[in-house]
Design a protein around this ligand. Sequence first.
Ligand code: ZN
Length: 374
Amino acid sequence: MALNPLTVFCRNMQCPARGKTNAGNIGVHSLKARRYKCAVCQKTFTQTAGTPFYRLRHSAELVTKVITLLAHGCPPQAIVAAFALDERTVASWRDRAGQHCQAVQEHLVEVPRDLGQVQMDEIRVKQQGHIGWMALALMVSTRLWLGGAVGLSRDANLITRLVEKVRACASALCLGLLFCTDGLKTYISAIGRVFREAVPSGQTGRPRLQAWKNIFIAQSVKQYEHGRVVGIDRRIIAGQAADIEAMLEGSQGGGVINTAFIERLNATFRQCLSSLVRRGRGLARQSRTLEMGMYLVGTIYNFCCAHQSLRLPGLIGGHKWLERTPAMAAAISDHRWSVSELLSYHVAPAPWQPPKRRGRVSRATKQLLARWCQ
Ligand SMILES: [Zn+2]
């Protein structure tokens, strides 16, 4: 593949031009070594810097293959046997890819948007010798996975971390935000605590916190008899029935209060994660492995998997379908990504800020700010 300096940015955190693409500061340093050079800070860096492929001895194709298999639930032992790799190599690739996918998810999905209806649920994950919990959240209209939290018990801490992930994706200016959950009470207090905004009062001390307007909460509680669902109790916890009905109509998630969409996502995660959680040493290590696996499965689901229910009728003759991934439905990407594309995506750092100094800002700093921080 040819090197394209226009799509690359400087990775040096001290460089005023960091994270800027198409700004004319990046040139090709070496075609053979596949390195770029930044004209502002004079640093060179390789094409794979900032991706899981950085400084690996194995080819990117092999790493991509292994990651794809892991994310689809293939047992690591099978990969070790099939590709003659060391078990630790496979584990290290999984962690590198998981970390990268977390960065991609935080960079592209955790951006304020009008979420409409959000469904949240928890799954039990059997780990060696104990039970772990994973809580997940889904935006219904686009089927976008918003984030998740991993913990040892289904407590307030786990649910709060999940709700904080949802808040990172939500816009305070939205028309309405409807949460559909199961009967777990922890959600109600966690949503109340997290969805608050500080009101500046101009005085010293802790500012008053004001709850977001237009937050609706509904529960869909299943009643079981001998392990079978015999009825569903639909409850409204916050908001008016008419408002919630309008929100349900608008989010293409069935006209009634339900948790069907998050349950479908849970099944996907459970299936793909089953083989990832078997091995590990300490508890903390196992939780980290589970979290890495969650980001791997979740981002591949968001960016690489077309969804039957998201497809649109095509323009040609009306019989061709336009396949869409959740990321496409949420207008984050314009095409279905390959796993290789996901793994080689470069997450841009935030724009450079000059180091804080006392006194007047020098003219040189002002010029740098004008050139790179607009
Ligand atoms: Zn630079």
